[in-house]
Design a protein around this ligand. Structure first.
Ligand code: IP8
Length: 264
């Protein structure tokens, strides 16, 4: 690909109400799709998380542990369906703002092996990017060559696609301002880290707070684990608070913004 794509992840905690099962945060979706439209960055890939759509159902059926018994089969279908419902809301909002968004369903194009992406059919996605479409993927239920099935996080998709397509930047929108020296929700002395290298990150790892609500793919720590390979690859990654107006817009434009820049 001649122009390097930008990969934007919108966290489930931003686009859904994580405390209320199957509840979207429609005002946030509306504002963020406006910001994406205004930023007009191309090529762009969007990946979103599961929030209160995917996670509670995935947990209820123990999907992260792989196939154990037939009662999980319906759970797989229901979890995937919940994700497609959320995805339809995102794609619809993007189209309303004149962005040619097209769903790319991970369950149909990815196979994992023990939870790690083993293969991903990328030809249609690459064609979409070449033609100016915005592919929209999401954390999803996927089939796994060892365990039967698994839950694939949007973060693993982000990192894998960013590496494969040699992305110019990854923007990760979450519900906190970035990485902190402690957990900002419980520790008032914690301060925002504006810039961090991979080496510095290693030292901080056991202090970064995990997610407090149901998150089968590991919250902020899981996020860092997944994003590291992309950073190692030389792709600049910025974490911003997507619940605050214009942070995603500024990060997409490459403007100075409150957040954490992670670099090799
Ligand atoms: O919120 C998980 O995606 P994430 C998706 O990006 C499901 O970790 C189905 C729980």
């Amino acid at each position: 690909m001649s122009v390097r794509p930008t990969v934007l992840k919108l966290g489930g905690s931003v686009i859904t109400d994580k405390e209320k099962k199957l509840t979207p945060n429609l005002p946030a979706i509306e504002r963020l799709t406006k910001e994406i439209s205004r930023a007009n960055v191309s090529p762009l890939i969007l990946v979103h998380g599961g929030g209160s759509f995917g996670h509670p159902v995935a947990e209820q059926y123990g999907l992260k542990e792989g196939y154990k018994d037939s009662s999980q089969i319906m759970g797989f279908s229901i979890t995937h369906q919940a994700m497609t419902k959320l995805n339809t809301l995102i794609v619809g909002a993007l189209i309303n703002h004149n962005i040619p968004a097209v769903e790319v369903q991970p369950s149909s194009c990815v196979i994992t092996k023990a939870g790690r992406i083993q293969s991903m059919e990328q030809k249609p996605l690459k064609k979409m990017l070449e033609m100016g479409f915005v592919p929209v993927l999401y954390g999803d239920t996927v089939f796994d060559s060892e365990t039967g099935f698994d839950i694939l996080s949007g973060d693993q998709i982000v990192s894998s696609l960013a590496i494969n397509l040699n992305a110019r930047r990854i923007v990760v929108g979450v519900d906190v301002n970035g990485l902190y020296t402690g957990d900002p929700k419980t520790d008032s002395g914690a301060h925002l880290i504006q810039h961090v290298t991979l080496g510095e990150l290693k030292k901080l790892e056991n202090r970064i707070g995990g997610s407090k609500v149901t998150d089968v793919t590991g919250g902020m720590l899981g996020k860092m684990f997944e994003l590291k390979p992309a950073v190692e690859h030389g792709i600049q990654t910025i974490i911003v608070n997507a619940t605050e107006t214009n942070r995603v817009y500024k990060a997409l434009k490459g403007e100075k913004v409150v957040g954490t820049v992670i670099e090799r």
